[in-house]
Design a protein around this ligand. Structure first.
Ligand code: ATR
Length: 280
């Protein structure tokens, strides 16, 4: 198998619309780092050989997107604690003797909520909608950011319960009340509501009632563009501040870049540029 010759890349399927190459090119320009970051379409049955070929060609690290985050987690020889909690990896780093896996999605979301949206998570009640890979990637960092309560609501309750059980000790250690429920059984109001489901993508209704939104709530969809439009319109219609996943995208990329290069890029600048590009 051959891969294109990049130092870093994003691997996924599909991957042609990924903004990661643009984001990392700007990070490299603004920090004076010399690197080539590309995009690699990975056949659905060939994630491991594609990574191996990429490394054989001199690849130093990659971002991993849908649907390979679980395979990336299993491929790694060493794991960050947050990748271990998520049981999924969005960042691989080639190191002497092996492949290190990290998951920077949650740190990206926390950074976006706190720095860009200006909302502190500490002491807040947070509703996380969904219990798939996207939700799993962010739960531990949200607990660590000091939320008072996190309710994980999912269509399939068993999956929410399993995710919560895996994070129970972490939540107890941080004084966070963590619970799981079905979408029609959410109780209470939340200052922060995070949509980590694929429901907007499927064109479905927002799966929870608007009563979950506390006055002045922040409602974040982890997606952006048309995939987030339904949730954001719902949030605005019910008086919440709506925020898409573009800031999270840039911030998770910044975490990956820092891991690979030891240099933190100016993410706020790049987010402003990307916002202008996307909103046209
Ligand atoms: P991802 O990696 O994007 O999280 P996933 O692991 O397939 O993808 O998870 C998709 C999430 O969206 C799940 O929480 C899923 O609910 P189930 O666990 O019950 O399948 C949720 N989801 C997808 N379509 C949905 C819909 N129409 N209404 C509500 N939840 C939906």
């Amino acid at each position: 198998m051959t891969t294109d010759s990049f130092d870093y890349c994003v691997m996924g399927n599909p991957v042609q619309h990924s903004r990661s190459p643009w984001i990392h090119a700007r990070f490299a320009e603004l920090t004076g780092q010399q690197l080539v970051y590309g995009r690699q379409l990975v056949p659905l049955d060939a994630f491991v050989p594609t990574v191996q070929a990429f490394i054989a060609d001199g690849g130093q690290g990659c971002n991993v997107t849908v649907p390979f985050k679980f395979e990336a987690f299993h491929l790694a020889t060493t794991l960050s604690e947050r990748a271990r909690m998520a049981q999924a990896a969005n960042t691989l780093h080639v190191r002497p003797g092996g492949i290190h896996a990290d998951n920077t999605d949650g740190a990206g979301l926390v950074q976006d909520i706190q720095q860009h949206a200006g909302v502190s998570i500490a002491g807040r009640d947070l509703l996380l909608i969904g219990a798939g890979g996207a939700a799993a990637g962010v739960l531990a960092p949200l607990i660590e950011a000091g939320a008072r309560r996190i309710a994980v609501a999912n269509r399939t309750v068993d999956k929410a319960q399993a995710l919560v059980a895996r994070h129970a000790a972490l939540a107890t250690g941080h004084g966070c009340q963590l619970d799981a429920c079905g979408l029609d059984a959410v109780t209470g109001q939340f200052g922060i509501v995070v949509n980590a489901t694929a429901s907007s993508l499927a064109g479905a209704q927002v799966p929870v009632p608007a009563t979950v939104l506390a006055p002045g709530a922040l409602a974040v969809d982890m997606m952006y563009g048309p995939a987030a439009a339904g949730f954001l319109a719902w949030a605005r219609a019910h008086g919440a501040t709506a925020r898409d996943g573009l800031g999270m995208l840039v911030e998770q990329a910044a975490e990956s870049f820092a891991l690979w290069r030891g240099v933190r890029p100016p993410s706020a600048t790049v987010l402003a540029e990307l916002r202008a590009l996307v909103d046209g």
